[in-house]
Design a protein around this ligand. Structure first.
Ligand code: PRP
Ligand code: URA
Length: 212
């Protein structure tokens, strides 16, 4: 697995604002949006392109266009939805699939309640969005869905990760034997006894959308 932690002062600054307990939902949503666009710049470094020729007002020029099949962006509902517009802003022609998962707060196991993905993902670059990589159960479950449909090139974008989650996720993708990249804004200290990232930012879904 290729693992990248973005080391950038703007990312660190926006992450600090995001973590702050006094940051309210509207600002939290804007910060997530901005952070994802910064992370997406790094996460799309290997997006496949093909050469094309165009005409500028001055001369012919060689350029590139995104290669078909179009990349697939997969936010893990609910909190991953807050990352979608930041990603599609950078790749507007990408298509979007959905996986809905919620963690059982006792067992910390993810339960999948929705899935809307193309049946055949062979040859398709996939970009999974999930703000929190805690135990890694949700992200691993989602990547397993993609691999079952033939995806073999998956990039995951998370805002915060716990070391335990990164290692669990690494073990899964090593077993799946697919090309995987994980891009995160920061790796925090640890998980607490409730499976929350410390210091983290709390419950990302609740901070984006309110408590349900
Ligand atoms: C949160 C978060 C991740 C998951 C991470 O979702 O958005 O998907 O927990 O935890 P894990 O790495 O231990 O699986 P949650 O289950 O709270 O659902 P929500 O997005 O609907 O709030
Ligand atoms: N899910 C969250 O939203 N936050 C955490 O710290 C862990 C899982």
């Amino acid at each position: 697995m290729d693992f990248k932690v973005l080391d950038h002062p703007l990312v660190a600054h926006k992450l600090t604002c995001l973590r702050d307990i006094n940051t309210k939902s509207p600002t939290f949503r804007d910060l997530v949006d901005e952070l994802v666009t910064l992370l997406a710049y790094e996460a799309t470094r290997n997006v496949r392109v093909r050469p094309i020729a165009i005409q500028t007002p001055v001369a012919e020029a060689a350029g590139v266009a995104l290669l078909d099949p179009k990349p697939l962006v997969v936010p893990i509902l609910r909190a991953g939805l807050g990352m979608l517009s930041g990603m599609t802003r950078l790749m507007p022609t990408a298509e979007v699939g959905f996986v809905g998962m919620v963690r059982d707060e006792e067992t910390l196991e993810p339960f999948t309640y929705a899935e809307r993905l193309p049946h055949d993902l062979s040859g398709r670059q996939c970009f999974v969005l999930d703000p929190m990589l805690a135990t890694g159960g949700s992200l691993s479950g989602c990547v397993e869905f993609l691999a079952e449909r033939g995806a073999n090139d998956v990039t995951c974008i998370c805002l915060l990760a716990a070391p335990e989650g990164v290692e669990n996720f690494r073990a899964l993708v090593d077993d799946l034997n697919i090309t995987t990249t994980l891009v995160v804004a920061a790796v925090d200290e640890r998980l607490n006894e409730h499976g929350y990232i410390v210091p983290g930012l709390g419950d990302a879904g609740d901070r984006l959308y309110g408590i349900v």
